[in-house]
Design a protein around this ligand. Sequence first.
Ligand SMILES: NC(=O)c1ccc[n+]([C@@H]2O[C@H](COP(=O)([O-])OP(=O)(O)OC[C@H]3O[C@@H](n4cnc5c(N)ncnc54)[C@H](OP(=O)(O)O)[C@@H]3O)[C@@H](O)[C@H]2O)c1
Length: 354
Amino acid sequence: MQGVRKRIDVGVLGATGMVGQQFVRQLARHPWFRPAWLAASERSEGRAYADAAPWRLSDAPPEEVRASRVDGCVPGRGPRLVFSALDATAAQDIEPAFAAAGHLVVSNARCYRMDADVPLLIPEINADHLALLDRQRRARGWRGAIVTNPNCSTVVLAMVLAPLRRFGLESVLVTTMQAVSGAGYPGVSSMDILGNVVPFIANEEEKMESETCKILGTIGDSGVTPHAVTVSAHTNRVPVIDGHTEAISIALKARPSLDEVSGALASFKGQPQALNLPTAPANPIVVSAAPDRPQPRRDVDRDGGMTITVGRVRRCPILGVKLVALGHNTIRGAAGAAVLNAELMLATGLIGED
Ligand SMILES: NC(=O)c1ccc[n+]([C@@H]2O[C@H](COP(=O)([O-])OP(=O)(O)OC[C@H]3O[C@@H](n4cnc5c(N)ncnc54)[C@H](OP(=O)(O)O)[C@@H]3O)[C@@H](O)[C@H]2O)c1
């Protein structure tokens, strides 16, 4: 990208949690951003990051942040750009306070995703929804802003549906098999999840059904008009560490062949690829021809966890087409998604390089 000469200092709210750790890991090796300020709750404030964060990723905490003192989430203290991996209860008040104080908050939390003036972004699909920021500034009077990424299971579904819009999306039935890392740390008790499936994740089905339509929607003078597709979701927690797998059946008006469906998925690209953003995968969706893929253990880390792997594209006798999709929930579904959002904003001039 032209014009980016040095790394920009950024902050992480909720830096000690599951998603916060992914942020720290991604930002420590990022060419454009530097994790200069880490914040969390009073439980962590004042402690060295390596002591405060119950590190659960496979590689060690990055050397450059191990000794950093964790700060409190006090607006005005951190850099202008802050990523938020806050627990939703905390995000509710903290994120708007940061936006009001002039920070650009790039958030994972659910609180503001469905607000009419808040972009709910997947850069490959709806980069144009960033136009909502003008509306947000006028409506709220903030010097900063809030930009969100979707729920971790919604990302996988929306990425699959976006390239199929050309065939006319009618209705979708999705059943998820979601990893335990999606519940944060310590998350679901081992007694509840080992050798088990839990067929309930609070508010998850509602989020998938509503967020998907907003993401696929079109933006105009009056905001985002949600895409007119009916989504029905069943969400389940399964004993997998990372990676949400989704069995998806889709009714399409145009009745495309299976080759046309696979071709549309495999050739899907968007702004991140056109702009060659640092963490953009060359192919956001990889279609596997193997009869038994995708599998979390074998496919979840493809392209640093930023690629959605699709397999088993076949006929559905009820809705027309069915397939299985997999995405990394704390990377493409959380920290990686937010970092890609910030890359897009920097590359398109929405974040200054001060
Ligand atoms: N895990 C996923 O796959 C996933 C995917 C998409 C979106 N999300 C969303 O991302 C957010 C973080 O999820 P997570 O799984 O990382 O949760 P988590 O492991 O429970 O971490 C929560 C973080 O929030 C901080 N926090 C909690 N209460 C606070 C308060 N009152 N003031 C300041 N900081 C506070 C915690 O700090 P302490 O360590 O100091 O307590 C910790 O850093 C949630 O909103 C979640 O819904 C998660």
